[in-house]
Design a protein around this ligand. Structure first.
Ligand code: IMP
Ligand code: MG
Length: 175
């Protein structure tokens, strides 16, 4: 793929792989003796990260997906997070790990976590992201697992998009 000249390489595919591998070790330890673990991927961005992470795990786990959107065509959140595809989930008594590509203001993960907590009766509920932005928080939500920390930059690649483009870049770039 031709990378636009204004894109700046931030994390290489190899660095991403190594971080995901380290995170999988942490999850293997934390979930060693737990059954009924279910990963909830946040569509669309989390798919790439979630797949690579789950393939490294030593324990059996389920996976399901919900959809969240708040950005539309912008690089700033509208503040209004819309969730869909949640009615089919069966999460009662499960250990839930919500997986998203990136946390920015926290509005998306906060809404998902509250909605799952309220609608189901999970045994535990944790959050896991590839990238955690700092200094951007608009609502407090605990990020239990993450690979990278980043300031106020907009990034694409490895699932992260700008207007649904560039998700399939192997490396992550600042645009
Ligand atoms: P939040 O609700 O503001 O935390 O935003 C979370 C969502 O915004 C993520 O699921 C991403 O889809 C999107 N997002 C935030 N920052 C970026 C970025 O730098 N690149 C691509 N998507 C982003
Ligand atoms: Mg997203």
């Amino acid at each position: 793929m031709v990378i636009p000249t204004n894109f700046k390489l931030l994390y290489s595919a190899n660095e991403i792989y190594n971080k995901i591998y380290a995170l999988s070790k942490q999850l293997n330890r934390d979930y060693l003796n737990k059954d009924d673990v279910c990963f909830i991927g946040v569509l669309n961005g989390a798919v790439f990260f979630l797949t690579d992470l789950m393939l490294q795990l030593d324990f059996a786990a389920g996976v399901d997906f919900i959809r969240a959107s708040s950005y539309g065509l912008n690089t700033e959140t509208s503040g209004n997070v819309i969730l869909s595809n949640i009615d089919h989930l069966n999460l009662n008594n499960k250990h839930i790990i919500i997986v998203d590509d990136i946390v920015d203001t926290g509005l998306t993960l906060h809404k998902i976590k509250n909605t799952l907590q309220y609608n189901y009766n999970p045994r535990s509920i944790k959050t896991c992201v590839l990238i955690k932005k700092y200094g951007r928080e608009r609502i407090s939500v605990e990020i239990d697992y993450y690979c990278f920390e980043l300031g106020n930059e907009f990034v694409v690649g490895f699932g992260l998009d700008n207007n649904n483009q560039y998700r399939n870049l192997r490396d992550i770039y600042i645009i």
